[in-house]
Design a protein around this ligand. Sequence first.
Ligand code: SF4
Length: 355
Amino acid sequence: MPQAAPANISEPSSPEYVRMSLAAAMTLDLAPGSFYRNARLGCINLLLTYPGGCRANCAFCGLAREKRAEAFEPRFEKFIRVAWRAWPLAQVIERINQAPPWVERVCISMITHPQAKADTLEICRRVARGASQPVSLLIAPTLLKEGDLEAMKEAGAERIGVAIDAATPELFAGLRGAGVAGPHRWEHYWRIYEQALAVFGQGKVGVHLIHGLGESERELIGVMDRARALGGSTHLFCFFPERFSALGERPQPPANGYRRIQMARWLIDHDLARAADMVFDQEGRVVGFGVSAQVLEEVLASGRPFMTSGCPGASGEVACNRPFGNEKPGPDLRNYPFALDAGDLALVREQISQY
Ligand code: SF4
């Protein structure tokens, strides 16, 4: 495994500490602030943390080891554009117990570190025992082998996320694997995804995929279709440049392609269409969604395809709505963390038809 950046011995470490986004800290009344348009965060996302950080080197990630060496800020590390401060796990669990009722899930994100597997099990046990909300694990497949997923289930995990992120084997290798001297391997990720489905059950596992890493709409839709055909679903992200990542200068892709990807995901994950039903132009852009005009209009008018996709809460609706994790708060939202209003709907209608 590659070497990490120099360790800071005063840096808090898992399992006694976890990092939490500013949005989560605000929701748990640990930090002041209010959300744009009164968004409500439905899932508390926790991130493992170690001196020296993540051992992998993904080109789009603000935690990647090569960027970390240049830009590490111990207690207020930036990730997805906001501060992810480390908090004592015991305090976090106590606060989750007093969380507002719309907090319907907790997610524990692994990072690629030799201690992360054992600590994820420990943190999962403590959260599952100490809080009433179901627990998702966003796993680091590179660290896992046969039997580990069973142990995660025994530790109390209810769902699994696998961040495949890049839509093709070539992009995956170039941005996460050999191309950046990173340890991750495409086939292993898919093997772990299939094993997770076998252990946790159909519908209990999702893949994270990012639009805007250089893939075509056709390629991304093809991989969402693969995830669905295997028994899971897709949790979608739109690329946003992380300041301290190798892709920090790459602009966010325009909204129009992402709207088509969101629509295709909705249709595929609700078994209304398959990738093979869809029609693409020469550049791989969707020009037909494989459903009737009436179905397409009903789905479009609901606005639901354009809301954040992620693990559900007790209500069955998405809990992991990640407000403004994909964009700056403002009118140009890629994942809506709330139901769309008439103005939002007019905007997405315009965007989805632009090529
Ligand atoms: S969708 Fe959210 S809750 Fe589910 S695994 Fe991904 S980050 Fe965790």
